[in-house]
Write a protein that binds this ligand. Sequence first.
Ligand SMILES: [Zn+2]
Length: 576
Amino acid sequence: MTTPAYSPKLAYEIAMSQPQTHLFEVKLTVSNWDREVLDLKMPVWTPGSYLVREYAKQLQDFGAVTDVGEKLTATKIAKNHWQIQTNSSTEIQISYRMFANELTVRTNHLDATHGYFNPAALCFYVPGFEDCSIDLKIIPPDPSWKITTPLPEISPQTFLARDFDTLVDSPFEIGSQQIYDFTVLDKPHQLVVWGDGNLDPLMAIEDIKKIVEVEAKIFGGLPYEKYIFLLHLSPAGGGGLEHKDCCSLLYPRFSFQAGEKHNRFMQLVAHEFFHLWNVKRIRPAALEKFDYEGENYTPSLWFSEGTTSYYDLLIPRRAGIYDEQEFLAELSKEITRFMTTPGRLVQALSESSFDAWIKLYRPDANSSNSQMSYYLKGEMVTLLLDLLIRDRTKSTKSFDDVLVAMWEQFGKDEIGFTETQLKNIIEVIANQDLTEFYDRYIHGIEELPFNDYLYPFGIELKPVEANTPYLGIVVKSENGREVIKSVTSNSPAQLAGVDPGDELLAIDGFKVNADKLTDRLKSYQVGQQINLTIFHIDRLMTLPITLSTPQPQQYQLQTIENPADGQHQQLKAWLK
Ligand SMILES: [Zn+2]
């Protein structure tokens, strides 16, 4: 982009006078403008969440006037693009309202208790002037409402973003949130919580501190002045969205009990925090400069998300939040999810990354048959690469060294990396040509040979013996109906003509529901025929189906019998 000869001034004012209506009232003043036309565009997506979300669909009541209130003609020329005739006015005031009633980390939510927004989902940019700084003034509905954002406050309630990318990277929380300050490695941090539940903030902060320290150690310091963990407590469902100096976390309000649930929350924290390096600063080339108007395709999200997922499991172990056995149990669960997804043998990892925009974020009943998440397989591939490097170097090196090299060469200066550059760095650290590895497991769909890679660490992966004759459906009770949610490729059910959406009624003439299905199937033998009665597109049908060999539903990592000293030492080095 060429540097414009002059800079317009951009200032937002965001009010929420009737928060219960879920409408943010936005005013944008563009001054020092010297052209006859002013273009405004709203992003269609926000970085970190690779789906075109059409944020402009929530916009209403658009208008534009001059500084003396003269109405200007504004024409909408695309779904997210408005064009204003300025009548030679140098100051243009734009106003609109945005409906905000979607409580996720990547959308906006406003109600009587708080306002939360992601600037990508609320603010326009002026094409050609994305590098201009932006002032943003917040007008809360009540003077008691606090404002939290990673942006610097330049005057009361007014914040400064040095450019549009920085604005987009800075969510706002406005309301009566609880703010807990703490310090790690001499830098200020905050845990900011909206909502109530069974979170013990002080206990959470103790573990968050450990996570920050462990990750800082990998990358050699903290590349920010201040960091905010923004946590929304939700009725159900969770998620996270990473930013450079902050993350937004959504977590079920009563899911913080000590043990497994606490561990899972700490994995989410470790994941989003890790992203401040991997994906926010170490970015694939396609994301070096964001195109806010459409899809940004890259084959490398397996590294950005999958590697991050591997480390979100490993970091709480290194931080001492859980022990070696718990780590292996958590990893076993992840491997189970991977090994029970038939799509792993259909969609390659690089393809999964590229197609994130149309597949991962738009799952349907056939997704598990035809797709493989780049989070999950990326995590598995990073596991293999970490083990490979540790094996070849006697644990003098690990995948940590790949991260450090990526940080030094690309992240620090925010230079986008290509797929080939990433491969080269891994090859240098592993001291091995990885073309075949890539062809098989990243660009190809070969089964991952876990045990070959685990053996030098004295660990093996074993399926837990299955004993239910195989039918191949997943059923859920919904309002008293037993609905078939998915049907596995090439399973007896699929070959007989059962479809997702069919209603399950009976096996051999007797009613069956979701809870009892496995028990019922256990009363048959492999090779035996059952008569399955369903409603299929409203039609009552009974299908004869022959049950086949039980399929493993669970995999476990376990220590091999009598591991050699070398294996034991390698394991200790890996999970220390
Ligand atoms: Zn992530």
